[in-house]
Design a protein around this ligand. Structure first.
Ligand SMILES: Nc1ncnc2c1ncn2[C@@H]1O[C@H](COP(=O)(O)OP(=O)(O)OP(=O)(O)O)[C@@H](O)[C@H]1O
Ligand SMILES: CC(C)(CO)[C@@H](O)C(=O)[O-]
Ligand code: BAL
Length: 277
């Protein structure tokens, strides 16, 4: 049975009555197979699963899609019930921010200013602040985040380490459509032609990863493969797994962000840069 609570008092009462290890999956709702993979991992690795559903205003810029972001609570509850979630916490804005916008926020540091942070100023202050708040109120042993939002996952790991938050962060691989498109709640904004154009992101990443395996420049190959007649590139960059400078050899990460019409999408893949022999 999946219980639904909307207030922190109800959550605290339910949490106090919970025994065993607790895993949390934080979402903004509009649940899809990517979220299901997180819920499945939580179900497998924890005794009890809490899902949170909250479209966090703090992480949206003034010209972003906060107002039109899909809100599908009934369908989301059905997904959670089907996935064996024990408790859903779906607060409204005043419940999460009773004093209005918080004066004190988590500072993501220099990594928060790059890539997504450069295109979405204040984004990671908003993300890390709400993630920390949700960790405080749910008090999980484990928290699950998708690799699809790789910079977010990296910064959450870093926050937990730097601020001594007592939780283990688990990364979950990106779930894709059969043609390669990474699942995202924002995919539902795409018109059919845009849905095709959105493949430009995953195709570029695939080309980059294949090039790396052959000892060629992954980022350059991805740039060539990116179809800029169909999508407008924001960034495409090879980094090391911690989002530092690209490795001369060994594991790396290739990350892309692009606009398809008025929809901004992100994606990334692991790449392996072979050592020159
Ligand atoms: N395709 C996916 N595979 C694995 N995890 C995912 C996928 N899409 C989202 N997630 C993870 O689900 C969690 C909640 O993400 P969120 O609710 O923002 O969904 P989203 O699809 O990323 O939405 P948006 O389209 O707004 O970026 C995050 O940890 C995110 O990384
Ligand atoms: C982690 C998160 C739920 C914080 O609002 C959000 O950024 C998301 O859905 O990835
Ligand atoms: N999926 C990460 C949250 C966001 O894009 O706002």
């Amino acid at each position: 049975m999946t219980a639904l609570v909307h207030t922190r008092d109800e959550l605290a009462a339910a949490r106090s009555a919970t025994t065993g290890t607790v895993g949390v999956v934080m979402t903004m709702g509009a649940l899809h197979e990517g979220h299901r993979a997180l819920l499945r991992a939580a179900r497998e690795q924890a005794d009890r699963v809490i899902a949170t559903i909250f479209v966090n205003p703090l992480q949206f810029g003034p010209n972003e899609d906060f107002d039109r972001y899909p809100r599908t609570l009934d369908a989301d509850l059905a997904v959670c019930a089907d996935a064996g979630v024990d408790l859903v916490f779906a607060p409204d804005r005043p419940e999460m921010y009773p004093a209005g916008e918080p004066m004190v926020r988590v500072d993501p540091g220099p990594l928060g200013e790059r890539l997504e942070g450069a295109s979405r100023p204040g984004f990671f202050h908003g993300v890390l602040t709400v993630v920390l708040k949700l960790l405080q109120v749910t008090r999980p042993d484990l928290a699950f985040f998708g690799e699809k939002d790789y910079q977010q996952l990296t910064l959450v790991r870093r926050m937990v380490r730097d601020l001594d938050v007592p939780v283990r962060i688990v990364g979950v691989p990106t779930v894709r459509e059969p043609d390669g498109l990474a699942l995202s709640s924002r995919n539902r904004y795409l018109a059919p032609a845009e849905r095709q154009a959105a493949l430009s992101l995953s195709a570029a990443l695939r080309a980059g990863a294949e090039a790396a395996e052959l000892g060629r420049d992954a980022e350059a190959a991805a740039r060539v493969a990116f179809d800029s007649s169909r999508a407008k590139l924001d960034y495409l960059v090879l980094t090391d797994p911690d989002l530092g400078p690209p490795p001369a050899r060994g594991p790396g990460r290739l990350l892309v962000a692009a606009w398809v019409g008025s929809t901004r999408l992100i994606d990334n893949v692991a790449v392996e840069v072979p050592s020159a022999t």
